[in-house]
Write a protein that binds this ligand. Structure first.
Ligand SMILES: [Zn+2]
Ligand SMILES: [Zn+2]
Length: 436
């Protein structure tokens, strides 16, 4: 009998961990954290995970964490491991999906799409990500892996990081799909359409779909830039204007998105400029798009002097509080494109806003979301036609439920941290519906 346990992620954007277990194997799809895990790389304690559980950053999953017995909390048999292998599939390399990996037992086998593995290895090598102390095993999109009586297949998707995928799980008595994070407004909407149509053939019993964008009351007039291609257009205009004024342009974006780095390189070169970026960022770009990286130069003392002499020749990809961006002319545009600090919830964001104001630089919003709007998610459901939808990865699953039910889908809202007998639960949900 297959059980499914929603350890975390049912009513938050983060901490995504679902366990699908049979008598032969325990499978986890994603292994993220709900909130900032503190000092996990610095703590020498074997049972550092206990502290994270005590602070609600990790759910109390028995038998998967490394280290000694918990000392403060009395979780009976918490440490008892059984013989079943622990398999983890990672949908993509964002902390809300991988943040708990530093705590996992070294016996766990961690799988992800090849590009995610390449990205992880590159970021660690470049000092842009800490090592999780775990090694990833790459899988190809569409390749099915068998673990005992479970089969798992990942299909490449589209999100604001490279290597994102959806996870299809086939157990003897139930089929489950985990959508991962997705959008139809990125560089590869066809990938989402393709796996969602495969999902229809797969006939999933349970379809977990992310609902980040259902978390907020969206004001359509304030959504900003909707697609990556719109961002390219905005950049074209901004660069042309900066060219006319002989101004420098600053960009702040994060290195987990090599395709965004490539976009900035392309549009910069097209406007007769050179993209200047930190060596580590350039190496990330080089790992995925070597021809694009060749057209960029690395930030250095000499290069900064050159930029002060001829600002109109460059676009400078800057890091908050690392690069000294003083001394350029008032009105110089600064494009904030999903860089650190990401948004107003981070106290450093106001520090950034104040710093730019004091220098009289001009703020340009250049962010594009990695998450689909409600209409995009409804489109995915229409393609996939799942039996039962489970709202997931959202602060407002109840709003998702209402929206999906209104569109004619059956929706289940599980209780967290409780093992469900998947098939019996499905039968119950279906009979409950028939009773009306
Ligand atoms: Zn994500
Ligand atoms: Zn996410």
């Amino acid at each position: 009998m297959t059980t499914i346990t929603f350890w975390a992620g049912l009513n938050t954007i983060g901490g995504n961990i679902v366990e699908i277990a049979t008598e032969q194997v325990r499978l986890f799809t994603d292994f993220g954290t709900t909130m900032g895990v503190k000092d996990h790389t610095l703590r020498p304690l074997n049972n550092a995970y206990e502290e994270q559980i005590l602070h609600h950053a990790l759910p109390p999953i028995p038998g998967v964490f490394k280290g000694s017995k918990p000392e403060v909390i009395a979780l009976e048999r918490f440490e008892q491991k059984d013989d079943r292998p622990i398999i983890v599939f990672i949908s993509h390399l964002h902390l809300d999906h991988v943040g708990a990996l530093p705590f996992i037992t070294p016996e766990a086998q961690i799988y992800a799409l090849e590009e995610t593995v390449d990205l992880y290895n590159t970021l660690v090598k470049e000092g842009l990500e800490v090592s999780y102390g775990a090694s990833f095993i790459p899988v190809q999109s569409g390749e099915t892996k068998q673990f005992g009586d479970l089969k798992v297949t990942m299909h490449v998707s589209d999100h604001d990081t490279i290597g994102a995928g959806a996870i299809f799980v086939e157990a003897p008595d139930v089929r489950v799909i985990h959508s991962g994070d997705l959008r139809l407004t990125g560089h590869h909407p066809e990938r989402v359409a393709e796996w969602a149509k495969k999902a229809r053939e797969f006939e999933p019993d349970f379809f977990l779909i992310e609902g980040t964008m259902y978390s907020f009351d969206l004001d359509p007039t304030r959504v900003g830039i909707k697609t990556e291609e719109e961002l390219r257009e905005v950049m074209r205009k901004e660069l042309a204007e900066a060219n006319d004024k002989h101004q420098m342009m600053f960009i702040n974006t994060y290195p987990r998105n090599p395709e965004r780095l490539k976009l900035f390189q392309e549009v910069t070169s097209e406007q007769g400029r050179t993209l200047v970026l930190p060596a580590s960022y350039r190496n990330v770009l080089k790992a995925f798009f070597p021809l694009s990286a060749e057209k960029t130069v690395v930030t250095s003392e000499e290069q900064i002097q050159l930029m002060h002499q001829e600002p109109e020749k460059y676009t400078w990809l800057v890091r908050f509080q690392t690069d000294d961006i003083a001394g350029f002319e008032p009105g110089t545009p600064y494009v904030h494109s999903n860089g650190e600090p990401l948004g107003a919830y981070d106290p450093r964001y106001q520090v950034l806003v104040d710093e730019l104001e004091s220098k009289q630089y001009r703020w340009v919003s250049g962010g594009v979301s990695g998450h689909g709007l409600p209409e995009e998610l409804l489109q995915v459901l229409e393609w996939a036609q799942p039996k039962m939808v489970i709202p997931w990865h959202s602060f407002r699953p109840e709003v998702m439920q209402a929206s999906f039910e209104q569109a004619g889908y059956r929706v289940a809202r599980p209780v967290a941290q409780m093992p469900y007998h998947a098939k019996a639960w499905l039968d119950y949900l279906e009979s409950d519906r028939t009773r009306g």
